[in-house]
Ligand binder design. Structure first.
Ligand SMILES: CCCCCCCCCCCCCC(=O)SCCNC(=O)CCNC(=O)[C@H](O)C(C)(C)COP(=O)(O)OP(=O)(O)OC[C@H]1O[C@@H](n2cnc3c(N)ncnc32)[C@H](O)[C@@H]1OP(=O)(O)O
Length: 248
């Protein structure tokens, strides 16, 4: 039993930042974790509160904060029929453990060290700072994205791969909110104008239709005042079983 737990926890080294890890006692052998240490670690493994990356931090600029405050819990009236759209913030964590299905899958996910790479950069503001809001009907998502200096591609501008990452993340989170788990089957991107490094932009996604396991989502990236179109995209997500995810 203790040996099995040790194996899971070794494969789980990336969880350590979330645990109140006691000072490591001397080991009797290089490959085993003392049972006492395991017992001390277990409660915090399952009760630790992960950091919600969608909450403001000190790196957020004025525009990011202004828009965050605008969308957070905000209700908009739009269209000729004066339809109301209420925006709800989606929390965002850097690990999948929270979404694990339990049993055999839980231990496999722990061993896989699953984590979301956009939420895995330690230096706040250095790369992907973003927060997503979704409407109650789950037809639309809006993301406020501040692009940090590590995302440079063309001098002074955001790398196209980083833009693709954000589009995949926004549309993928949108699709997951409707029918998790999903995988991206297809992503088409038109880059229309470069995004200045350090700027804040809006990424909006719209659910176009669903067909069986398929979700078709469109996406656009604009300046925050809407005057400049940076990028257009369409994405297809296919909802899959957890078994499909694990078999790779
Ligand atoms: C609140 C929520 C929070 C969540 C937080 C998480 C945030 C995460 C955000 C980050 C998100 C990051 C997300 C990522 O980065 S996901 C990582 C990148 N994506 C992948 O690695 C996916 C790899 N591909 C596969 O695993 C399989 O091919 C999939 C699962 C996609 C389908 O294999 P499966 O065996 O299951 O199904 P099927 O082959 O019978 O196809 C089913 C249907 O789909 C149609 N089809 C398939 N492919 C294409 C195609 N290319 N164009 C057009 N159509 C396509 C196909 O014709 C069929 O249609 P129909 O005949 O039924 O009409």
């Amino acid at each position: 039993m203790a040996r099995n737990l040790a194996r899971i926890l070794r494969g789980c080294g990336s969880l350590v930042p979330f645990m109140k890890t006691p000072a490591r006692p001397p080991r009797s052998s290089s490959s085993s974790i003392p049972v006492r240490t395991l017992v001390e670690m277990l409660p915090s493994l399952f009760s630790s509160k992960p950091r919600d990356f969608s909450l403001p931090n000190s790196s957020w600029g004025e525009e990011m904060m202004r828009l965050y405050e605008h969308y957070n819990g905000h209700t908009e009236t739009e269209g000729e029929e004066n339809q109301e759209r209420k925006w709800n913030r989606l929390p965002s964590y850097n690990r999948s453990l929270k979404y694990a299905a339990g049993g055999v899958y839980l231990s496999k996910l722990i061993q896989s060290k699953a984590r979301l790479f956009t939420r895995n950069i330690r230096d706040p503001g250095a790369a992907f700072e973003y927060v997503l809001f979704i409407d109650k009907e789950k037809e639309k998502c809006v993301c406020i994205f501040q692009a940090g200096h590590l995302l440079e591609g063309p001098p002074g501008h955001v790398h196209g791969g980083a833009i693709a990452t954000m589009i995949d993340t926004v549309t993928g989170t949108h699709a997951s909110a409707i029918s998790a788990p999903v995988l991206t089957a297809n992503l088409n991107i038109d880059y229309r104008s470069p995004i200045p490094l350090g700027s804040t932009v809006l990424i909006e996604s719209t659910l176009e239709k669903t067909e069986g396991r398929k979700l078709f989502i469109s996406c656009k990236v604009t300046s925050t005042d809407g005057s400049k179109r940076h990028t257009d995209a369409t994405a297809l997500f296919v909802s899959v079983s957890i078994g499909h995810l694990l078999k790779g």
